[in-house]
Design a protein around this ligand. Structure first.
Ligand code: NDP
Length: 272
């Protein structure tokens, strides 16, 4: 019987996950189907239960259900606990195992695809939302020299600090106080989605730095334009992160890691 997987979100029509997973299945010779579910707001658990009754084996979770999925999971991996969010559920009988592959997907894209080691580098992460929370653990595990999180709203950084009390490389700064150049600058704010750039000063970009916007499919975003004007070496968006987190989920479900390069190239929108 063909195994069934899905992504759930609201809205979901834009999701690239069915395309990605079906292509992974084809290239790895796996017999599976993958559908998109528009989850009704406030009915996450009931909707997932219904699909499990139809034989659903695994589920990717996107906005706005990652915290519902966290609550739904009967057990969770360390990354999910750290992120406070689940982006992948694996069903095994009565168990629903929750994982979060966003952070590991991001780091894999930076290190493996973009050949940019995090170890020993100065890394700046913009924003204190869900994407930052999921990225900090995997980034810190790669031993950056310094990892600064820039915040807009004072107080939001305290919850993140509490999650990593022993991370000496980790510090926090208001945008106006960013005074050093960083080798990697990651835009994990949602500013791109409203057509804006976060207020990061040009001095925060080292010459030749990597500027990475976690948003994807938007071309040259206001953040990437700002970074280019500041003289960075490379500008990329988050399509590689999206594909790499999907590959992690596929590996968990099927026991085989799909090639990601062709899919990243296929989904890449020129930065113009
Ligand atoms: P959240 O809503 O959880 O957090 C948004 C953050 O952005 C908050 O810290 C908010 O600050 C800050 N912010 C919003 N607008 C501005 C602005 N104009 N200037 C400065 N800060 C701003 O969003 P997520 O963390 O879930 O998502 C962040 C980004 O990451 C999105 O673009 C999303 O698409 C992307 N993403 C990409 C993924 C991928 O696979 N490539 C996966 C997951 C996310 P405040 O608290 O002050 O309001």
């Amino acid at each position: 019987m063909t195994d069934l997987y899905a992504v759930i979100g609201n809205p979901i029509a834009h999701s690239k996950s069915p395309l990605i997973h079906k292509a992974f299945a084809q290239t790895t010779g796996q017999d599976l189907d993958y559908v998109a579910i528009e989850g009704p707001l406030g009915r996450f658990a009931e909707t997932v239960d219904e699909w499990r009754n139809k034989g659903l084996r695994g589920l990717n979770i996107t906005v706005p259900f990652k915290m519902d999925a966290f609550a739904y999971a009967s057990r969770r991996d360390a990354a999910a606990e750290e992120a406070g969010a689940v982006n992948c559920l694996t069903f095994d009988g009565a168990e629903a195992e929750g994982a979060n592959y966003d952070g590991v997907g991001l780091v894999r894209d930076i290190e493996a695809n973009l050949a940019t080691p995090v170890k020993g580098r100065n890394v700046l992460v913009l924003g204190t939302g869900g994407a930052t929370r999921g990225a900090l653990g995997p980034l810190l595990a790669r031993e950056p020299a310094r990892l600064t999180v820039a915040f807009r709203t004072p107080g939001k950084e305290q919850e993140l600090r509490a999650l990593f009390p022993h991370a000496h490389a980790l510090d926090f700064a208001a945008y106006a106080d960013l005074d050093a150049p960083y080798d990697l600058v990651l835009n994990a704010t949602s500013a791109t989605l409203s057509g804006e750039a976060p207020p990061v000063p040009g001095r925060a970009f080292a010459r030749g730095a990597l500027a990475y916007d976690l948003a994807y499919g938007k071309g040259l975003t206001p953040f990437l334009r700002l970074a280019r004007e500041a003289g960075v070496g490379t500008c990329v968006d988050g399509v590689g992160m999206l594909v790499e987190q999907a590959a992690e989920a596929f590996l968990r479900w099927r026991g085989v890691r799909p090639e990601t390069k062709a899919m990243i190239e296929r989904l890449t929108v020129p930065l113009v």
